[in-house]
Design a protein around this ligand. Structure first.
Ligand SMILES: *[C@@H]1O[C@H](CO)[C@@H](O)[C@H](O)[C@H]1NC(C)=O
Ligand SMILES: *[C@@H]1O[C@H](CO)[C@@H](O)[C@H](O)[C@H]1NC(C)=O
Ligand SMILES: *[C@@H]1O[C@H](CO)[C@@H](O)[C@H](O)[C@H]1NC(C)=O
Ligand SMILES: *[C@@H]1O[C@H](CO)[C@@H](O)[C@H](O)[C@H]1NC(C)=O
Length: 364
């Protein structure tokens, strides 16, 4: 008998299947669950996608209940990975439409279609209240006052997915994964931001004394965590029936609870930046250290100036806060309950990522 986290996944629908994470999950499924029937569903079909006998591509709009219901009723998957989320910067309305209303539609459609396991991709940002996060685990509450609309909408989406645990025709089991600092080939946000600093010749500036620790997650590790979660829940679904235990210890359950996922290698923020910059031949980064309080003041002035000039500020108090405070998580729960370990280290992940960016740059 296979270990719970090796239970085969017979069929899966990946919502957001052509996105950054969805593509990584598809590849991980092909290699670790070769007999899985995969449906990669996305709002629009990708311009190029690998053709494979066990992958079907579908278009789906989760803001439409009938669209997602039709997809799940025709595919009838054992597992649904819900990875779809709008990119940052699109505004409150779209975040809520996709992350809140969309997730409610996904849950309803899963319940009707008899899905056994739903894995929701949440975000470590759901617990962010603007202050430092020091080795935070799953007992850390959501902020009393939401910090920003994106994270607020992700928290509501997560709550919706978890509340659906033990519901529906087949008593579906649900879980949520909360990654922090996702990066890898295809990344459009994190690593490109650091590369821009090189292009702007600004690598000599370091904000703060670089004693704040940060967590990052290589994309393929996160994909594997999704598969482990699905396998553990499928195993549980097959072996135990429903319980009415309402006093579950959140730290001991995968079902109906959330888990932080990172590389499990917190590093000093500027060390990560410098590791990227080394790949671009910059070895003397951070020679000018601006104390955090001074940088904060400078950012306030820069924001005021940009406001007067009606320009988008490049250097903001938010950025200073972002790069000067601790943000790292305790992932023991995922290690213990899923058997999760980062297979790709930070340095190897960065190497693969930069290689990809170089190749992309050459294509242009
Ligand atoms: C596709 O899945 C079937 C079982 O469902 C498996 O036997 C077959 O090897 C898979 N094909 C490929 C190319 O992986
Ligand atoms: C959400 O929270 C994270 C902290 O983990 C923060 O970095 C991010 O800027 C917040 N907001 C958005 C829009 O992502
Ligand atoms: C970057 O900045 C340094 C220091 O001001 C300067 O010496 C150098 O010429 C600049 N390089 C480019 C490419 O602008
Ligand atoms: C999720 O559902 C299962 C039974 O199907 C139950 O054992 C478990 O306690 C539930 N989890 C939570 C957090 O309520």
């Amino acid at each position: 008998m296979a270990r719970p986290n090796e239970t085969p996944i017979p069929s899966a629908v990946i919502i957001g299947g052509c996105g950054f994470l969805g593509t990584a999950i598809t590849h991980a499924l092909l290699s670790k669950h070769p007999s899985c029937k995969i449906t990669a569903a996305d709002i629009r079909s990708p311009s190029t996608h690998p053709s494979h006998p066990n992958i079907t591509y579908a278009t789906v709009d989760i803001t439409s209940l009938s669209s997602i219901t039709t997809l799940l009723e025709t595919t009838r998957p054992a597992v649904v990975f819900h990875t779809a989320s709008p990119v940052h910067g699109l505004g409150r309305e779209i975040y809520f439409k996709v992350n809140v209303d969309g997730t409610r539609n996904v849950v309803t459609a899963c319940q009707t279609a008899g899905v056994k396991v739903l894995v929701y991709t949440s975000s470590a940002g759901v617990v962010y209240d603007g202050s430092a996060l020091v080795n935070v685990d799953e007992r850390h509450p959501f902020p009393a006052v939401p910090y920003d609309a994106y994270n607020e909408s992700k928290a509501i989406g997560e709550t919706t997915a978890l509340a659906a645990n033990n519901t529906g025709a087949t008593r579906m089991l649900t879980t949520a994964l909360r990654p922090a600092g996702i990066f890898g080939p295809g990344d459009r946000q994190l690593v490109p931001g650091f590369i821009t600093v090189v292009k702007n010749n600004q690598t000599r500036f370091q904000l703060g004394d670089n004693t704040n620790m940060f967590d990052f997650t290589y994309i393929d590790n996160l994909a594997v965590a999704h598969l482990l979660a699905a396998s553990v829940l499928l195993h549980q679904h097959a072996t135990t029936g429903a319980t009415t235990d309402k006093t579950v210890d959140q730290r001991r359950h995968v079902d109906g609870t959330a888990m932080f996922i990172t590389n499990g290698q917190p590093v000093y923020f500027w060390d990560f930046a410098k590791a990227i910059w080394c790949h671009y031949g910059v070895y003397n980064a951070g020679s000018v250290v601006l104390p955090a309080t001074l940088a904060y003041g400078v950012a306030a002035v820069a924001e005021a100036v940009s406001w007067c000039l009606r320009r988008e500020p490049g250097f903001t108090r938010f950025r200073v806060k972002f790069s000067c405070s601790h943000r790292y998580f305790d992932i023991r729960k995922a290690k213990e309950l899923l058997g999760y370990e980062a297979e790709v280290s930070l340095s190897e992940g960065l190497r693969r990522c930069i290689e990809w960016f170089r190749a992309e740059g050459e294509k242009k």
